[in-house]
Design a protein around this ligand. Sequence first.
Ligand SMILES: [Zn+2]
Length: 249
Amino acid sequence: MKKTATWKELTHDVVSSLPRTFRLSDVFMHRKRFEDAFPENRFIEAKIRQSLQILRDQGMLRFITPGHYERLDATPAFSPLIDMSLATNFASASQGTRVALETWASFNLYCLNCDRDELDQLPDNTPVADFRCVSCESRYQLKGKNGRLGKRIPGAAYQPTIKAIRSGLMPEYVLVEFDTRFATVVFVDAFPGRLITEDRIQARRPLRETARRAGWQGCTISVDGLKPVRIVAPAAVDRANVRQQWRLL
Ligand SMILES: [Zn+2]
């Protein structure tokens, strides 16, 4: 079977094939490779811009001037930065936030069930899950919020969720709490999908006749008492650096 490239792998591949300094338009020349790899993605150009920004945050690129980049020979490192300002050319703010969050996740999250260092984004209309691991087939559902998530999180469509629980196919859950003021993720937690039992699911009222998706029924999931594993947490800056900066104020 042909190995599927993830968004992260393909972006690395394209950027590595370019001269050391390059322009956004040089990356867009490879647009077809992205379209072929992700035929269902409607936001190819926005995703490419976001991806380059994340590679910069991860230390792999330097922005020389707007739209002009330099590739650095550095191994991409984890970055908590998530810039929502690139989410402007979307129909709604929530859609823009979602795409920015998914792009961030595809560059920074990794499989918890095996050693694979990236997750592959699933097509938009995939029921219940957002990402999967191409090595072990684990699936992941991403939930993000600007601020703190409560003890109940929004779930996917009600019936498919119940069906997934009954057939033991619930994805792992990754909860991302971010802060748009500082353009950063603050806490990222994950817990196993098998811990989400049917009694934790509450059906929501179906959407009204006037809604775009009239009749669609979502659900909420109680995560009360579930112990997550923490993927991202704020860390203190080294105190020697803090003291040095302090003296310079
Ligand atoms: Zn895996």
